[in-house]
Design a protein around this ligand. Structure first.
Ligand code: DVN
Length: 255
């Protein structure tokens, strides 16, 4: 049984590594300008050292510093899109338009989106099941990874940045979200000019750009940043997702 379990664990490790490596190779193939300077094997090694052999509640965000350093990709100014409670829509939109790009459209985010991983104290293995959930403990490998990746994405942002927020929620901006607690605070005033909120609203929604939570957002922002909020109809975003011919400008304009 020990041998069978060992073999199963090995296969899982190989399939997890395989998924990550295939994503890396696919990304580099499709984005030839990023290919230079990036080596998927080196990135994998830097990734693994962050959590292998560690208790799955004892992996700090800083453990991923070598991983961040191993990925060479320049930020594209004026096109960076943050999102909060709009994951699916934001990704469906950027999949069809390159006027905006999320963290998950960068090599680092693309490689690990929707994956789960952890190891154990003194283990050399990677597990993809039995790992702590997002809020089970603070320093779990997945949460620490996204925290570090988000810090890095925000800290490298430049020009005008955007955030897609959900107008169907009573409170569209939360200080405790990754966007509100990590990304807003890591924007660099030497590089970032301003923030545009794209508040995606359905006809029946009552939430507007005048919602008090946006006061909190403006308070967290560096006072030198310009701030804009646009109510963008959900139907228009949907239309733009299904028809890639519609120019980006008209997809994201005010209601
Ligand atoms: O701008 C984006 C992007 O750059 C990302 O790294 O951070 C920003 C989004 O984070 P957010 O502002 O916290 O937005 P959400 O919608 O509240 O959460 C985003 C994701 O984080 C979720 O989709 C969860 O990922 P998952 O499980 O779908 O792979 C995860 N997450 C955040 N808080 C969570 C949580 N998962 C479970 N429980 C929680 N409390």
């Amino acid at each position: 049984i020990a041998i069978i379990c060992g073999v199963t664990a090995q296969n899982k490790l190989h399939s997890f590594r395989k998924v990550v490596m295939e994503r890396c190779e696919e990304y580099l193939q499709k984005n030839s300008h990023v290919t230079r300077n990036n080596d998927c094997k080196i990135i994998w090694a830097a990734f693994e050292q962050a959590y292998i052999g560690k208790d799955s509640c004892d992996v700090s965000p800083e453990a991923y510093d070598p991983l961040i350093r191993s990925v060479k990709q320049d930020a594209v100014c004026n096109s960076m899109l943050f999102w909060s409670k709009t994951k699916q829509m934001a990704h469906a939109f950027t999949a069809k338009r390159n006027c905006l790009a999320t963290l998950e459209d960068t090599l680092l985010g693309f490689m690990f989106d929707d994956l789960t991983w952890c190891s154990k104290n003194k283990s050399k293995e990677t597990f993809t099941t039995g790992c702590p959930g997002w809020s089970d403990c603070q320093n779990n490998p997945v949460r620490s990874f996204w925290l570090k990746a988000s810090i890095n994405f925000a800290a490298t942002a430049c020009g005008n940045v955007s955030v897609m927020l959900n107008g169907s929620l009573e409170t569209p901006f939360s200080n405790s979200s990754i966007f509100g607690s990590v990304e807003v605070k890591n924007l660099d005033p030497n590089k970032v000019k301003g923030l545009t909120v794209l508040l995606v609203t359905k006809d029946t929604d009552v939430t507007t750009c005048r919602h008090p939570s946006f006061q909190n957002l403006q308070t967290s922002l560096n006072p030198n940043f310009s701030y804009n909020c646009r109510e963008v109809p959900y139907s228009r975003v949907e239309g733009c997702i299904s028809d890639p011919e519609i120019p980006c400008r008209s997809c994201l304009k005010e209601r």
